[in-house]
Design a protein around this ligand. Structure first.
Ligand SMILES: Nc1nc2c(ncn2[C@@H]2O[C@H](COP(=O)(O)OP(=O)(O)OP(=O)(O)O)[C@@H](O)[C@H]2O)c(=O)[nH]1
Ligand SMILES: [Mg+2]
Ligand SMILES: [Zn+2]
Length: 171
């Protein structure tokens, strides 16, 4: 079934938690045992991070497969628009809330909460929307902080290099 999704000129990446069988699929499609695979831990059924680096594989008959190490977690950033598009029903309702910055929690005149109360919207869906948005905000913020400190470190290296060159040219 999978083979028909991988054609000449395409590169397909395998992503997923450790132990789900990414490398096993590659070996199966390649008809080889090139990729090492590892049994999952009996106690908690978790994978053991057998694959530790990325590698590209040519399939006989065309197509490339990319094996990846198992992911511990997938973080989402810069996806506010994507989330709003996925939850376009909530976004449409939100346009009718009394307050433009309504958080759809306890505000009066909230069209989203009204939709939940009348059974037109599932509470679970609103909860998912809220938790994805807050995860997105958290990740984007920590990414911005990380970039800021990377830049500060870069400036420090530059100054240190310049100072040491000045010292050297003196003697
Ligand atoms: N029963 C069964 N076992 C499978 C299947 N696919 C993979 N396995 C087994 O699951 C274990 C993990 O497979 P891997 O291919 O090493 O998993 P992986 O996703 O590459 O794992 P990492 O490299 O750790 O990220 C191995 O013991 C495989 O033999 C399957 O379809 N059925
Ligand atoms: Mg693997
Ligand atoms: Zn609202």
């Amino acid at each position: 079934v999978l083979r028909s999704w991988i054609r000449s000129g395409q590169t397909v990446a395998l992503l997923g938690s450790s132990g789900v069988g990414k490398s096993t699929i590659i070996n199966g499609l390649k008809g080889s045992l090139d990729q090492e695979t590892g049994a999952i831990r009996e106690s908690d059924s978790k994978g053991r991070h057998t694959t530790t680096s990325r590698s590209l594989h040519c399939l006989p008959g065309g197509g490339l497969l990319l094996d990846n190490p198992g992911m511990r977690e997938l973080q989402i950033v810069d996806s506010e628009e994507g989330i709003k598009a996925t939850f376009s029903d909530i976004d449409a309702l939100a346009k009718r809330c009394r307050f433009r910055d309504c958080q759809h929690t306890t505000e009066p005149g909230c069209a989203v909460v009204a939709a939940i109360n009348s059974g037109r919207l599932e509470q679970r869906r609103l909860d998912n929307y809220h938790s994805l948005l807050s995860e997105e905000a958290r990740n984007s913020q920590s990414l911005a902080e990380q970039r800021h400190s990377d830049r500060a470190l870069g400036r420090f290296y530059k100054t240190a290099l310049k100072t040491s060159r000045q010292f050297k040219s003196r003697d």
